[in-house]
Design a protein around this ligand. Structure first.
Ligand SMILES: [Zn+2]
Length: 249
């Protein structure tokens, strides 16, 4: 009886010891592995990641506007600040445009209208840049002037895009949901987007509308360099958290 018991116990002990060893190895790896190796998109360190930034509109296409404030200028400045911030963290950054121009020239023989050539060119740029992820930056508008805040759009049925959008949205909310006035409504949730870039890009990405130019308070903030810097910082923090697999908080 005693002999039989020892035979039964021995393999269990061996299995238990093996499991403890395995758990220790996993724990050691977890605490010593660079955070980026936990990324869902690329097993790379930040200095091996390429981020594509797409500032919306440009040149002849001002985007939405109010009182002389143009979407194309806001998106370009936020993008340029974001580029510097990401580069300081070691990322390689490419931009669809770095000056006040649209990008329709990238597909001269493309679709018939300038607008469509521009939209298709941005997707082409994203798909041919060997990037790991992209962020398209825009400013929103709507008929209801009481609506404020940011909306980060993700692509359909893409878990990585949804994850990136959720994280960036949570960081943007900390910046955009401020000084509520009576009757104002703040967007704070991500949405599924039906945009050419979201529908056709081959890498994870989002389209971030960083505020409403049709709301007086958002407009006042969007006009300032300091607020654009805060928006860029929020997007930067979202990208880094995504790459380090840190959930939205
Ligand atoms: Zn736009």
């Amino acid at each position: 009886m005693k002999k039989r018991l020892i035979i039964l116990l021995l393999p269990r002990k061996t299995i238990r010891n093996s499991m403890i060893s395995l758990a220790l190895i996993v724990l050691i790896l977890f605490f010593t592995w660079p955070c980026n190796y936990l990324s869902v998109i690329q097993p790379k360190a930040l200095n091996q990641v390429t981020v594509i930034i797409d500032p919306g509109h440009g040149g002849i296409d001002g985007g939405v506007s109010r009182g002389g404030l143009l979407e194309k200028d806001i998106t370009l400045e936020v993008a340029k600040i974001l580029k510097k911030m990401l580069e300081n963290k070691g990322c390689d950054v490419k931009m669809t445009r770095e000056t006040d121009t649209d990008v329709s020239h990238l597909i001269p023989g493309g679709p018939e209208t300038r607008y469509r050539r521009d939209v298709h060119s941005r997707t082409k740029f994203v798909n041919e840049s060997n990037g790991d992820l992209y962020v398209s930056i825009h400013v929103d508008s709507c008929d209801d002037p009481s609506i404020r805040g940011a909306i980060v759009f993700h692509s359909k049925n893409n878990e990585e895009s949804l994850n990136l959008a959720t994280i960036i949205q949570s960081h943007l909310n900390k910046v955009t949901v401020i000084n509520p006035q009576a009757g104002e409504y703040f967007h704070q949730e991500v949405k599924e987007g039906d945009f050419h870039i979201l529908n056709n890009a081959v890498i994870p990405g989002v389209l971030a509308e960083v505020g409403f130019i049709t709301n007086a308070n958002d407009r006042k903030l969007l006009a300032t360099h300091s607020y654009r810097k805060k928006l860029a910082e929020a997007i930067c923090n979202g990208i880094v958290d995504f790459l380090c697999n840190i959930p939205a908080h």
